[in-house]
Design a protein around this ligand. Structure first.
Ligand code: ZN
Length: 304
């Protein structure tokens, strides 16, 4: 079992140096957001159907704006943040108002999911990072303890309260994902907000005071009423919708029949590994996990 050697989408790209302050702002690569939409130059719609049940159509190509002038957004920018350098190129994140038109001809707004496999992989990964940092900066302008306006620190990515010194760092919410095996079957469920027909591995946020393995066992018990054992780490993925770290596991069924928790799980079933339902897009670790474990199980079936 392995996550296979290829990096998951949103992994920090090779040649990227994260920095929080730029001595001499000049041009560079720009990650400009309006809400969760990214500003890109893009080609006509790709006629091929999208592999992502959540994306109707992808553009045939897309690229990020490269600007020589650091002030090209002028007063349109609600915030501008330095991200660091990718292969020596300065990278900037900015946010425009929710209803802002594209700030230059030839540019338009597109959701990140639609740009997966379309935008350069390294740029796509940094777009996920930029989206999270922009969101964190927006929501930490004031101290959570005393309400004073915070100030960005130069030496690291944090905001500090000048009154009470409380520091705020970009938040990452750990969540576990778990694929439960029983003989030649996998336990998959669907939440009410999934696209029609799509099933995935179960998942849930880690609570204060529990280990990742305890979280896995608790989530499976809560969501479908099943007990599991032999919990093994698979891989992890940064997930910017909105600021999660997905930590994936595989485990074995121990006891119990499926009883879906009505509020979170619309349906859950055991699926034969040779007859899996519609699965999530390859953008997510869920798909990597299901593909890797089902390939391993099919291999076991052939060899017995
Ligand atoms: Zn304070």
């Amino acid at each position: 079992m392995s996550a296979n050697s290829r990096e998951l989408p949103f992994a920090s790209p090779a040649g990227f140096e994260a920095l929080s302050f730029c001595e001499a702002p000049a041009g560079g690569r720009w990650f400009v957001f309006r809400g969760d939409q990214l500003l890109v130059e893009m080609g006509p719609p790709d006629p091929r159907p999208s592999d992502d049940p959540r994306v109707r159509q992808r553009p045939s190509w897309a690229k990020l704006p490269l600007q020589k002038n650091h002030n090209w957004l002028g007063s349109n920018a609600v915030r501008t943040l330095y991200l660091g350098r990718l292969q020596g190129e300065d990278c900037w994140a900015a946010e425009l108002a929710k209803d802002a038109p594209a700030p230059a001809a030839g540019l338009s707004w597109e959701g990140l999911r639609a740009l997966f496999s379309v935008l350069d992989d390294a740029h796509f990964a940094l777009a996920g990072r930029a989206l999270q940092i922009v969101d964190w900066d927006r929501t930490h302008q004031f101290c959570g303890r005393c309400g004073t306006r915070t100030e960005a620190k130069r030496e690291e990515r944090s905001r500090v309260c000048p009154n009470c010194r409380l520091s705020a760092y970009p938040r990452v919410a750990p969540a576990t994902m778990m694929l439960v095996r029983r003989d030649d079957e996998l336990l998959l469920g669907r939440s009410p907000h999934f696209p029609p027909g799509m099933y995935s591995a179960l998942a849930g946020f880690v609570e204060p005071g529990e280990s990742l393995e305890q979280c896995v066992a608790r989530e499976v018990a809560e969501e479908v009423g099943v007990r599991v054992r032999n919990i093994r780490y698979f891989a992890s993925q940064s997930w910017p919708f909105p600021h999660s770290l997905m930590i994936a596991f595989v485990c074995d069924w121990e006891s119990g029949e499926i009883r879906p928790q009505e509020t979170e799980i619309e349906a859950a079933n055991w699926f034969k590994v040779l007859q899996l339902p519609k699965l999530p897009s390859r953008i997510s670790i869920a798909r990597r996990l299901i593909d890797a474990i089902s390939a391993e199980m099919r291999g076991e079936q052939r060899s017995t």
